[in-house]
Design a protein around this ligand. Structure first.
Ligand code: G1P
Length: 924
């Protein structure tokens, strides 16, 4: 599919990694025949690379090509020292494995002896990284030491343990005698102790050795919040591939290093010392080391030997992985489990793109585990998932298994407050899900937060047709923060729980529809002096955080206008199936009354305040019965008024181009302008396009302005904003960042993809393709992006991908390709096909397909384009379902529709095929 730029000749001719290759330029390639496995030659010549390893059980690791990185299950339980991105080159702490040879000295299988670090720039050793779902192998060869190491690391499915297999091969012509030692420094405490009692917390350590390794069990957890008994046990175990335990141990770091020694030249190794301990050793108050000495081994030329290491956190069963065979079994199971999570697959004729997309589809599952706190770029917060990110990651999960998402989505609604605000951090899974007001305990309101749940629930309803979901009841989050987080109820007894009380006893449970109405209506009443929704403490752009008094977000006013219409659509669908009235908490009527007519902002605020007062400590428990169609009409009218106002009031022009102002700053002035120096944001345009605020002509003009002022193809596409050349303290911290970085004008993938999505959605396919092609092409070009396959959060001014793996862009890219480009979307459980593929997308191929789930059935939707027609010139002709003409299919709004009952009649075991032929539509 030519959404992608053509590969350069260098990429095309570059063969597989060859040992004799003299090029030291790292090259990334997908392997033949293995879904998503890729190799990176000279991986140790790239700065800042890290790869995530994890399981659904809460084990989180990251690993670098030099086996650096860390291992943890949460903020309070780091087995290896926590790393931020700069530590990746600063730290000497790795999962090291040493081989000592008489006459030759010490060689690190991970490439991190002091001597190897010096020799790295001379290309003395080769280093090739290979990775798949979710495992990493690093192959390193040293001709002078006559050895090859292959180190494979992954996290098995169910146990909180990270497993590594070290395979050593004699690649020389002579027999080699080796003394093998694993040496992994153990941190064994909360991340906070890195700069808070680093030394004192080592005094808490109780260390002992067992048959297979070193166990560290601190007595206490020790921080400024108080001291408590520790219950976390950290282990470093190991065995030969045959299952034979180590012959001795170096359980303590300092004796291992020797006086003045360092981890990359430790005395115990360089002087080939005998182990300091055997099984049964005990020590206290020291820094620990997973130092495991294995039996000396003789390797004939070509001969190999293996070692298995298990790094566990509260993992009493880790011993069960300690042999090559057991390792291999768990390794295969883990790969299968990750493969299953890739619920959407594309087949476009561009194999690299198809495989790259699998990594993109996997990213939301990775972010669900790591949140924003546990990868080297993501070192903020203390765990848990952010509200907005949580809802958007669900978008991809919904495309994988829609009906399975009903429970999680329903549970997440319990994080909404009755006044439309919400808990901002979500921790735990399933029944154990917990809501936290804020990660730093500062009560804040992100004005966009209430907009995302509706989008995700709309997708859920469309994919499943489960309208009953709207009628399910759920509690509200109540923590004494009231009046939209402006006030806190003093002396509230926290033992009274986190649910909203009813005045006369009990807790209120409102329908999901009520939750969504409250979120949307409170936001729509919270208007500023220009009639736009107030920015509060920021919107999607977290870094617009300095305009809480007078700031307004026009950008998200557009999104809420769209949400009002979507909500109205829900209500009309309910009415159509006979739900003539809906029951809502009586307090809500104050809000609907507020939207009856165009009211001045202060009047809207008054109503909102009045409403917030009515739900401060409890609500009445009274019920209002509202006519469903009337309510829908009210929402539609308000949406139209808001959209009209944006169109009329917010236009900006420089005389040639016109676009929309996206914000008001804290002085009440519009942020975007045409003169004297142009100021434009992408965010200000995206939602107006996506949610129909801008009409067709205006949309074209906006796209032209974005092309002129924001398009930077050399950096991946559309920048977030032009350079304001001002430290704009009346808007947000982002203007303190250098221009071109992060929220200040970088190509920020999430917004860039949402822009592409919006363009496709408006039918501006050529423009949408351009945005996608630039972003995808840049991400996939390793020479520019310097990241593993997948989409990063943003690209820095040098084009490097930053904050890899954890970005909302992944969900939106998957959604855009599936629902817009391939046009496979649900509407209340019916499957609609309306592709926006162009002749160029087909290139010289006649068939493009997408494998996805719909109503729990695995479906492959293929489009044949025998006449090589372009978008706009075709319609869907015959469609075959599993090889037969699709009976009972209908045509609606130019789309092919397969009703939900037809799909439900298909079995859930097999892959079903929908083959659609594109035929000439008589135009052009
Ligand atoms: C990140 C945050 C997201 C926020 C965005 C812009 O974006 O996770 O919540 O909206 O920065 O400040 P992401 O990495 O999701 O693209």
């Amino acid at each position: 599919m030519s959404i992608l730029p053509k590969p350069s000749s260098a990429e095309q001719t570059d063969g597989p990694f060859s040992e004799g290759s003299c090029s030291r330029e790292p090259r990334l390639q997908f392997e033949d025949g293995c879904g998503g496995v890729f190799t990176l030659s000279n991986a140790d010549r790239v700065t800042g690379l890290y790869f995530p390893l994890a399981n659904d059980n809460g084990m989180m690791s990251c690993v670098t090509p030099l086996l650096g990185g860390d291992v943890k299950t949460g903020q309070s339980s780091f087995l290896l020292t926590p790393v931020s991105v700069e530590d990746l080159h600063l730290s000497r702490s790795t999962r090291n494995f040493w081989l000592f040879q008489q006459n030759m000295g010490a060689w690190s299988a991970c490439g991190v002896s002091a001597a190897q670090t010096v020799a790295r720039t001379c290309g003395e050793e080769s280093c090739r990284m290979k990775a798949g779902f979710l495992w990493q192998t690093v192959v390193r060869e040293s001709r002078s030491f006559g050895l090859r190491s292959e180190v494979t690391t992954f996290v098995p499915e169910e146990e909180n343990v990270e497993l590594t297999r070290v395979r050593i091969t004699n690649i020389s012509e002579i027999r080699r005698s080796l003394v093998p030692t694993a040496a992994i420094p153990v941190f064994a405490r909360p991340a906070d102790n890195l700069r808070d009692h680093r030394h004192v917390t080592s005094l808490l350590h109780r260390i002992h050795t067992e048959r297979f390794g070193v166990v560290t069990e601190p007595t206490l957890i020790f921080d400024e919040h108080g001291h408590r008994r520790n219950h976390t046990v950290y282990t470093v175990l190991g065995a030969c591939g045959t299952g034979t335990p180590p012959v001795g141990f170096f359980p303590l770091l300092h004796p291992f290093l020797g006086e003045g020694g360092t981890l990359d030249w430790p005395e115990a190794i360089t002087e080939n010392r005998s182990p300091d301990a055997t099984a049964g050793f005990e020590a206290a108050g020291e820094e620990a080391l997973g130092g495991l000495r294995f039996q000396a081994v003789e390797l004939e030329p070509g001969e190999s030997t293996e070692y298995i290491l298990a790094l566990g956190i509260n993992s009493p069963n880790a011993v069960r992985y300690l042999s090559s065979a057991k390792f291999q079994k768990a390794f295969s199971e883990s790969q299968k489990a990750w493969e299953k999570k890739i619920g959407v697959r594309f087949s476009t004729g561009n194999r690299n793109f198809d495989l790259w997309m699998r990594w993109v589809v996997l990213e939301p599952a990775i972010r669900r585990i790591f949140g924003c706190s546990f990868l080297p770029h993501h070192d903020y917060g203390r765990g848990g998932r952010g509200w907005r990110d949580l809802w958007q990651d669900c978008l991809t999960l919904l495309l994988t298994d829609g009906s399975a998402m009903a429970e999680p989505l329903w549970r997440f609604c319990a994080g909404m407050r009755f006044d439309g605000t919400n808990a901002t951090i979500i921790d735990g899974e399933g029944k154990d899900v917990r809501f936290v007001a804020d990660r730093n305990n500062i009560a804040r309101v992100w004005m966009d937060h209430a907009a995302w749940p509706l989008r995700t629930i709309a997708l859920y309803l469309d994919e499943t047709g489960d309208l009953d979901f709207l009628m399910r009841r759920q509690t509200y989050f109540y923590d004494g923060r009231v009046m939209r987080c402006r006030e806190t109820i003093p002396d509230r007894d926290t033992a009274s729980g986190t649910e909203l009380p009813i005045k006369n006893g009990g807790f209120w449970r409102g329908t999901i529809l009520e939750h969504l109405l409250l979120e949307t209506l409170t936001a729509c009443c919270d208007v500023g002096e220009h009639g736009m929704l107030r920015l509060e403490n920021a919107d999607w752009d977290d870094a617009l955080d300095m305009a809480a008094e007078r700031g307004e977000s026009v950008a998200f006013s557009s999104m809420y206008a769209g949400n009002l219409k979507t909500l109205a659509g829900f209500l009309r669908a309910l009415a159509a199936r006979g739900t003539e009235t809906v029951e809502l908490a009586a307090e809500l009527i104050e809000l609907t009354n507020g939207l009856q007519d165009e009211a001045p902002p202060d009047r809207m605020q008054e109503r909102l305040n009045h409403f917030c007062t009515s739900c401060c400590e409890s609500i009445s428990g009274n019920i209002a019965v509202v006519n469903t169609e009337d309510l829908a009409g009210l929402l539609e009218r308000h949406a139209s008024r808001l959209a009209k106002r944006i169109r009329q009031q917010e236009q900006v022009t420089d005389g040639t181009y016109r676009w929309l102002n996206g914000y008001y700053d804290n002085d009440g002035l519009p942020v975007e302008r045409g003169k004297p120096e142009v100021r434009m944001t992408l965010t200000g345009q995206v939602f107006a396009l996506r949610y129909g605020v801008a009409d067709k002509i205006f949309a074209k003009d906006i796209a032209a302005a974005a092309d002129h002022y924001l398009f930077a193809p050399e950096l991946g596409g559309y920048r977030l904003n032009t350079d304001f050349h001002e430290l704009k303290l009346n808007l947000g911290r982002q203007f303190g960042f250098a221009y071109g970085h992060k929220e200040n004008g970088s190509v920020f993938s999430h917004m860039a993809v949402m822009y592409a999505n919006a363009l496709y959605h408006c039918g501006m396919v050529k423009e949408g393709r351009r945005a996608l092609a630039a972003l995808i092409g840049h991400s996939m070009d390793f020479r520019k992006s310097r990241i593993y396959p997948g989409i990063p959060e943003y690209f820095g001014p040098d084009g490097r991908g930053m904050y890899h793996y954890l970005t909302g862009a992944a969900s939106w890219l998957t959604l855009t390709l599936r629902c817009e480009v391939f046009g496979i979307s649900g509407r209340l459980g019916n499957l609609f096909l309306s592709p926006k593929l162009t002749a160029e997308d087909f290139a010289d191929r006649r068939l493009l397909s997408c494998e996805t789930y719909f109503l729990g059935r695995r479906m492959r939707v293929s489009y044949r384009n025998p006449l090589h027609l372009d978008y706009g010139g075709y319609t869907i002709g015959n469609v075959l379902l599993d090889g037969n003409l699709a009976a009972r299919a209908v045509r609606k709004d130019g789309c092919f529709v397969l009703p939900s009952d037809v799909i439900r009649s298909l079995d859930t075991k097999h892959l079903h095929t929908l083959d659609a032929e594109l035929t000439f539509n008589g135009q052009k």
